[in-house]
Design a binder for this molecule. Structure first.
Ligand code: MTE
Ligand code: HPA
Ligand code: MOS
Length: 750
């Protein structure tokens, strides 16, 4: 089935926040953000701006009737700064005016004074000064120090992986209007409608039932709208509450880049120990996460870093520690992979380091250590239905890995100005919110008396095509034409207390809830059919729009059946609730079974480096990916391609840069380069692993949103291998992204 949004998107008919037809008397907002990174004694003088014709109101912290607090995990982030400033881009005031232009003109007239304080921009600096978001966490397995003493080979080094800008096509935005009885309706471009509802209620001092949040779709979220869509939605709600007029706020790209957090940069140190057979016996890593100025989702992201610090490998002795370091950058946030990629980059660096010293390809070590059934993860979960070797073997069956390595080696022997590099990148990603209580969802299904169907779930459509998958669940369960089914907007009044659409788990959680609701309705309808056709309920099936009795088509079709049920006063509405079984995690022991299942895969990457220019291209990427039993291979392949591009961008060219004052230097699309069609491999082959899928996945079709991003990590190492082939003096570096500048320096380093 095609993405149900395809036609609307191509014709430009799909609705995003900025397409909503605003009501008469709608006001427009602009946000004044801090220009400095750290200060106290903040004073904001709005006297001149207030006079500007067309300005209705300028909201300050003092205008907040409830709590000036938007923190989710920790209560450490004001909506609007009060006395202190903690990062450049921190919202100070919201200007509400007749037009966006007026609001932005008036913004320039606001005078801000303060007393400057020293700025911290790196995680290491923060650690030295004891600046942390919360307590460090560590996972332990086996006995690391004893094991290192017995290892034949031990290597240590440091790594750095940079942040990443989400660059969703649709910038952050929201629209709010007042309903009767003091209620407010917010349309938001958010992954977390309930997050917006909860925080808006808190800031406005209202009960949650007074706030309705509605989401049609997002022009991309990528994690950047899991938590950070909230402030803008709360600001319009606040303004709307004050002025009794609809208010709209859309950040322009520049404001969005400046005011929102990104993927967390990590500075880390590793120590890896191997035995004589290249078995990794011990791993110790200290991760320093650059969390930014407030917690946001950092503690949860730090946790996922620990969960993925051993990637697809079994390592019997592990000690990993993560510090969430408080700096004066915008609070960093969720980004596809949610700390997992940062964890996996370090173990891959450690393997690359070992391989370099042992003078063998890294993939020998990777292969020797692949996870197998009944191995234990450092967090105590026993690995089951592991597909690490299966994906590797299927790829090896298609392309002889050694022959590619030989080809690269021979090419490098005979070429001077260009060198090739290859790398393998296995992935293993845990599916479930790491915070176990978040793993639940609901779906509300109405069958209307004419046989058409309306579906509401907690799932937010952000381009990942979850709505298409939801429609498939209903169409298949009812066995009716998909055209009879409509996906409603995601709305907190219809489906309440939702977890954000995130963790790649949206289709699993909401799909399973929807399946339960549909199954309950099918049962009910079967009873009606049995009654009408005077047959046993067990003999009835719904098939292709018809009632089938004992495998024989009757003359009762879906529409007539529904109509009869309606007249028999049968309830044609059902609410399904699903909570993932089997998962648990004990934080006091840091042990448990946090993931419903894992997604596996393998990529083989070859690159060519131009050794005169320092430029490179990716020749080919061959992937065998564990989709389970894909319920929509077109959608799922699209997710792999998109995630791969994003992973390649993170690892090779996207360079988030702040200066020492915490000012974002890469604050336009001319200074922040993201991958385009030319940056991707000339030849990409993505093959599905032949497998039966997993019972905890919807229709056995495994979650696909985030895992493939991590294939991009292999590109870093493939390029590095090419540099190594050119320059024997080159010392391996683990400092991503691998920009052409870095390649150039590496090629000619002495
Ligand atoms: N694909 C598109 N087109 N747009 C997005 O914003 N977000 C990614 C991924 N794929 C995203 C996307 C992220 S970060 C996640 S967690 C998942 O989709 C969320 O959706 P899912 O749970 O339905 O996979
Ligand atoms: N993934 C994504 N988002 C989340 C998670 C997670 O594991 N936990 C809380 N928010
Ligand atoms: Mo995705 S980072 O879990 O929104």
């Amino acid at each position: 089935m095609k993405n149900i949004d395809a036609n609307g998107h191509v014709r430009g008919e799909s609705l995003f926040i900025d397409d909503i037809l605003t009501k008469q008397h709608t006001l427009h907002a602009a946000v004044l953000a801090s220009e400095i990174g750290h200060a106290k004694d903040l004073k904001i003088d709005i006297s001149r701006a207030k006079q500007f014709p067309g300005v209705e109101k300028i909201l300050l912290a003092s205008d907040i009737p409830g709590e000036n607090e938007i923190g989710g995990i920790l209560l450490d982030e004001p909506l609007l700064a009060e006395n202190e400033i903690h990062f450049q881009g921190q919202p100070l005031a919201v200007i509400i005016a007749e037009t966006e232009f007026i609001a932005k003109q008036a913004r320039k007239l606001i005078k801000v004074t303060f007393c400057m304080l020293p700025v911290i921009t790196s995680a290491k600096q923060a650690k030295q000064q004891g600046q942390f978001i919360n307590d460090a966490r560590s996972f332990y397995l086996g006995d690391v120090s004893a094991s290192f003493a017995n290892c034949k080979y031990v290597y240590e080094d440091e790594t750095f992986s940079n942040g990443q800008e989400h660059l969703y096509l649709e910038t952050q935005g929201a629209y709010a209007e007042k309903m009767e009885n003091g209620c407010i309706k917010i349309m938001s471009s958010t992954q977390g409608p309930t997050v917006v509802q909860r925080i808006a209620a808190r800031v406005l001092g209202l009960a949650m039932h007074k706030i309705e949040v509605d989401v049609t779709r997002l022009g991309g979220g990528f994690g950047g709208k899991e938590d950070q869509a909230t402030p803008w939605a709360v600001m319009v709600a606040l303004a709307c509450n004050h002025l009794n007029r609809p208010v709209k706020l859309i950040l322009d790209r520049h404001d969005d880049l400046k005011m929102t957090g990104k993927r967390h940069p990590y500075e880390s140190q590793f120590k890896i120990g191997l035995d004589e057979n290249y078995k990794i016996m011990a791993l110790e890593i200290e991760f320093l996460q650059n969390s930014g100025a407030a917690a946001d989702l950092s503690p949860a992201i730090a946790e996922r870093t620990l969960f993925h610090a051993t990637n697809s490998y079994f390592i019997p002795n592990v000690k990993t520690t993560v510090h969430s370091c408080k700096t004066n950058l915008p609070p960093n946030t969720a980004f596809r992979g949610f700390g997992g990629p940062q964890g996996m980059y370090v173990i891959e660096s450690a393997i690359a380091k070992a391989a370099n010293h042992l003078n063998i390809p890294a993939w020998h070590i990777q292969h020797a250590n692949l996870l197998q059934d009944n191995d234990t993860f450092s967090y105590g979960q026993i690995a089951q239905q592991v597909k690490a070797k299966d994906t590797w073997d299927q790829l090896q069956g298609n392309i002889n890995i050694k022959s590619i390595q030989d080809f690269v080696n021979v090419f490098n022997d005979y070429n001077i100005e260009t060198k090739k590099g290859m790398a393998m990148m296995p992935i293993c990603f845990g599916i479930s919110f790491t915070n176990t209580p978040m793993n639940h969802a609901r779906a509300l299904v109405h069958i209307y008396q004419d046989g058409s169907v309306g579906i509401s779930t907690g799932a937010v459509e952000m381009g990942q095509s979850v709505n298409t998958k939801m429609l498939q669940v209903a169409a298949q369960t009812f066995s009716i034409d998909p055209d009879l089914i409509k996906l409603e907007t995601t709305n907190t009044t219809r489906v309440a207390n939702t977890s954000p659409s995130a963790a790649s788990a949206t289709a699993d959680l909401n799909g399973k809830a929807l399946l339960k609701a549909c199954n309950a309705l099918v049962e009910r309808l079967k009873h009606v059919a049995a009654d009408v056709l005077v047959a046993g309920v067990d003999t009835i099936e719904l098939k292709d729009g018809w009632v089938v009795v004992n495998q024989v088509k009757s003359d009762l079709d879906w529409k007539e059946l529904v109509f009869k049920a309606f007249w028999q006063r049968v309830c044609l509405t059902e609410n399904g609730h699903y909570a993932t079984p089997t998962i648990k995690f004990d934080k006091s022991k840091e042990k448990g079974h946090p993931f419903a299942y894992h997604v596996y895969g393998i990529a083989l990457i070859t690159t060519t480096v131009d050794c005169l220019r320092g430029t490179y291209k990716i020749d080919s990427i061959d992937i065998v990916h564990d989709f389970g039993k894909s319920m929509n291979i077109g959608v799922d392949l699209g997710q792999v391609e998109g995630a791969l591009a994003q992973g390649i961008g993170w690892m090779t060219m996207e360079e988030v840069a702040y200066n020492d004052e915490g000012r974002l230097l890469s604050n336009t699309l001319s200074t922040y380069k993201i991958p385009d069609v030319f940056s991707i491999a000339e030849d990409i082959n993505i093959e599905a692993l032949e497998t039966e899928g997993h019972d905890l996945a919807i229709f056995k079709s495994k979650a696909v949103g985030e895992p493939p991003l991590m294939y991009g990590i292999g590109v870093y190492f493939a390029i590095q291998n090419a540099i190594k082939a050119f320059n024997p003096n080159y010392k391996l570096k683990f400092h991503s992204p691998m920009t052409p500048e870095k390649v150039m320096m590496g090629l000619y380093e002495k």
